[in-house]
Ligand binder design. Structure first.
Ligand SMILES: C[S@@+](CC[C@H](N)C(=O)[O-])C[C@H]1O[C@@H](n2cnc3c(N)ncnc32)[C@H](O)[C@@H]1O
Length: 293
């Protein structure tokens, strides 16, 4: 990105989109794992992976969470006795995180600050664990950030990453069929109308919707920089879990009470799991733990 003025405008807009998302979420759920674990996404798709991450965290560890949003995961890691820094480019999300943590101080410590990780320096050999969930695919400078992250980890320190893959056609077909059949915020009449209007473009539109293309200025920007390949090059991957072929997208779009969306998600989940296991579908998300080599 050559023009600094353009970049500053875009990254401010990126922060504004994620501030609004954090504000909307906080209107329904406290920024606390006790609440977040009950939301459809964590109750069905990612709850267990978060619990696995939390089980890794040791008292006294120095932890950095990049893209911490309203801070619930940083706070929960600090409740495990770690000293956690949460950073995010979304100013309002950071304010929410600070306010909630001030009212609910953890046994370790947690601080939050606004930071654009694309260009921010990090201390060297400082952290035991760095967490980046849903962030790499938003970055302008994936390799440069991962190089700084590697240098910021203590020798043998851990990197935890969660990020999406691109959407293959079969996943878009299944997700499209399920969101067509199940009640979503789009009325059935409009679904039929959209399908007739889009015809050949419907699949591409479904892929764009799954990948949230256009949601924020940097949405998907890091995808083309192949984050997983860069991680393979710079770190030693200890575990890689690929999952979520369609269920995450489908339940996110259901227009129904949370408990019913969770129930439907739990019914669909074994089919999703089996399809990935049998290599009938590719998982759309990965979670990995890597070590500083
Ligand atoms: C998809 S959200 C994920 C939030 C949270 N980690 C989670 O899993 O719910 C991406 C987050 O990355 C943050 N982000 C995007 N670009 C960033 C940047 N350059 N520096 C720091 N944070 C950034 C956004 O503000 C947003 O909070």
């Amino acid at each position: 990105m050559s023009d600094q003025g353009d970049y500053q405008t875009l990254i401010a807009a990126e922060g504004a989109v994620w501030s609004a998302a954090a504000r909307d979420l906080a209107a329904k759920w406290r920024p606390d794992w006790q609440d977040m674990r009950r939301t459809r996404h964590y109750a069905v798709v990612d709850g267990r992976t978060i619990e696995r991450l939390l089980a890794l965290v040791q008292p006294g560890w120095r932890v950095l969470e990049i893209g911490c949003s309203s801070g619930w995961l940083s706070l929960e890691m600090a409740r495990r006795g770690a000293h956690v820094e949460g950073v995010d480019v979304a100013t309002e999300a950071i304010s929410l995180a600070q306010a909630y943590a001030a009212e609910h101080p953890p046994s370790g410590s947690v601080t939050y600050r606004v930071l654009d990780i694309n260009y921010a320096p990090l201390p060297e050999a400082h952290y035991d664990l760095i967490v980046m969930i849903g962030v790499l695919h938003h970055l302008a400078e994936v390799r440069a950030v991962l190089e700084r992250v590697r240098a910021a980890l203590k020798p043998n320190g851990l990197l935890y990453v969660g990020d999406p893959f691109d959407t293959p056609t079969p996943n878009a077909l299944i997700a499209g069929a399920l969101t067509f059949i199940l009640p979503t915020h789009v009325r059935y009449r409009d679904k039929v109308r959209h399908l007739l209007r889009l015809r050949g473009q419907a699949l591409e539109r479904m892929k764009a919707s799954i990948e949230a293309r256009g949601l924020s200025p940097f949405e998907g920007y890091g995808r083309h920089q192949e984050p997983l390949e860069v991680i393979r090059e710079l770190f030693q991957i200890e575990s890689l879990h690929v999952h979520n072929a369609f269920v995450g997208y489908v339940i996110a779009n259901l227009a129904m009470p949370e408990w019913l969306a969770v129930l439907i998600g739990r019914v669909l989940l074994p089919f999703d799991w089996l399809a990935v296991r049998l290599r009938l579908l590719k998982g759309l998300s990965y979670k990995l733990i890597a070590r500083q080599p």
